[in-house]
Design a protein around this ligand. Sequence first.
Ligand code: NI
Length: 188
Amino acid sequence: MTALNVLIYPDDHLKVVCEPVTEVNDAIRKIVDDMFDTMYQEEGIGLAAPQIGRSIRLSVIDLDVLSEHYPEYKGFRKAFINPHILEVDEESEMLTSEEGCLSIPGIHENVDRRTRIHVKWMDEDFNEHDEWIEGYLARVMQHEFDHLDGVLFTDRISPLRKQLVKNKLTAMSKGKYRAAYRTKAAQR
Ligand code: NI
């Protein structure tokens, strides 16, 4: 198991529509393990394969860190292979909540998302799951599975906010942001 570097915006891997996983072999299991390690190192709750440069439809999610406030997520640690959102319950509540992304460090923005979705995926044994998912997990899934289609949460924010973060993203794409972040961190 190896913690890898998370690719940072605007890395091309983050824009790719990923390919389905055709079988779960040792190589895929190794990628899953590495993704969990990478996510824990970065203190994230979710990570998608393109964020470590693999253009395959695979995400990992661990919500155990939230279990103090959401007891139902105690021990929740899962890999999602070929996940697909079949349906969004348009009758469910639309919630606004702040999101961030390990690939877009330093930017946090409110994103509106429905709270109930119908999802299909394969687990690490390649067994198929078909479930309605509610609550915070539904949000995390929507964020993570978007990555597999090259979509970032900043593509989902309001046009006004998008304009405001555009400058930050441009600075990041020129590498200015990371330098500034390091300088700031060093001053503490
Ligand atoms: Ni993300």
